[in-house]
Design a protein around this ligand. Sequence first.
Ligand SMILES: [Fe+2]
Length: 175
Amino acid sequence: MSINIGLSEQQRQGVVELLNKVLADAYLLLIKTKKYHWDVVGPQFRTLHELWEEQYEALTTNIDAVAERVRALNGYPLGTADSFLKNATIKEHPGDLPNANEMVKRLVIDHEQIIRNLREFVDQTSEEFHDEGTSDFLTGLMEEHEEMAWMLRSFIEGEALEGSGQRDKELVSKK
Ligand SMILES: [Fe+2]
């Protein structure tokens, strides 16, 4: 039985292609988040170890939702490591072991790249493909990445604030 949900074949294919890009990035980000959850050391170990566990669980749930949305549009999700690597826009950093701060920075960069992609896809799915359902779905996903990025960014910004607080004290003592 052929699908008849008010979207043309071309519209559905366009949306499926975008969703598969989202899926590929999400899978790579899941791998990177898990690896840092395992590798992280230092005074923030417990906080970051637990935060990344929460985040990779959320990413796992989202990955399933993206793949199943592809099926709901009668498409097929990517499902090989090779295809994820080829379609992802974020990059892996094989063979190195960064410190906790660098791990956080890299993941902020990845989340922000994904947020920028999603912002574009939200408009494209609505304006070019007239698929408001997917546009709404991707908006929710973007908001989740914005929240995850904020939590990670707060680590790095907290350090900058401590530094500037220290500078303020120095300025006061010189007066
Ligand atoms: Fe674990």
